[in-house]
Design a protein around this ligand. Structure first.
Ligand code: URA
Length: 237
């Protein structure tokens, strides 16, 4: 059994204070009956909880997809600048969410945030083979040799040994575009790999994690909750 205000706030749509008001206004029903207060307990998996006439689903863990803009750090706290948590509303900031892996400050695109530590850990572990897919623009003409070097697994001049990675050229010219697929996420990895090939990254965006693509309808800087299906997909990955 869980407190009603906790169950309703778990959706991330209302703060505990808002839940209190909703209950006071009689806009919450538990199995058809208005509760007296948010302190009342209910069985989150089986009770039918309605808010404003809509049945809500209890989320034990919260999963959020953020379309990260440049200029935000993938951290939960940083004295020096804005973090991705600053892009979430206060009620979500209270849920102890953390980013699933890091994107550099200037990297954009798909960033997942959650408070489910075990699944987050699995998604990042190279052992679990979850591909992280990026779109990049680089200075210089990408060639088949660059693709071969990525596929063979590069060892960088600074000693970093990289797992075999995918490099698919989308366009080649004075500036080139490519799709990069990694199974790991070492510090500045794509920038370091491409710098070593003499083709420094000009722009980088993550477009997918495993079988979860960045939602193309999600504007830069905006977030949405993952659906239960999407969390299941990640679990299967
Ligand atoms: N590789 C990078 O260099 N930066 C990122 O943000 C992600 C992958």
């Amino acid at each position: 059994m869980e407190r009603l205000d906790k169950i309703i706030a778990s959706t991330g749509r209302w703060s505990r204070r808002e839940v209190k008001n909703l209950i006071r206004q009689g806009r919450v029903l538990v199995d058809g009956v208005p509760p007296r207060s948010g302190e009342e307990k209910a069985e989150p998996e089986s009770a039918e909880i309605m808010v404003n006439g809509e049945i809500i689903t209890y989320r034990r863990y919260t999963w959020v997809m953020l379309n990260k803009p440049a200029g935000y750090l993938s951290a939960t706290e940083d004295g020096r600048g804005k973090t991705v948590l600053d892009l979430l509303p206060p009620e979500l900031q209270k849920q102890k969410l953390f980013p699933v892996g890091r994107l550099d400050k200037d990297t954009e695109g798909l960033l997942l945030l959650t408070n489910q530590g075990d699944l987050a850990h699995d998604l990042l572990s190279p052992r679990h083979h979850v591909d992280k897919v990026y779109y990049t623009r680089v200075a210089g003409r990408l060639t088949q040799e660059d693709c071969d070097a990525f596929a063979a697994g590069m060892t960088l001049d600074d000693g970093l040994v990289c797992l075999p990675a995918g490099l698919e050229i989308l366009s080649a010219g004075a500036e080139s575009e490519a799709r990069v697929t990694l199974r790991e996420g070492k510090f500045h990895q794509i920038k370091r790999m491409l710098a070593q090939r003499g083709k420094p990254v000009v722009y980088l965006e993550r477009i997918a994690m495993g079988n979860l693509p960045l939602d193309s309808t999600l504007e830069r800087g905006k977030f949405r909750f993952l659906t239960e299906k999407e969390v299941e997909l990640l679990q299967k990955a």
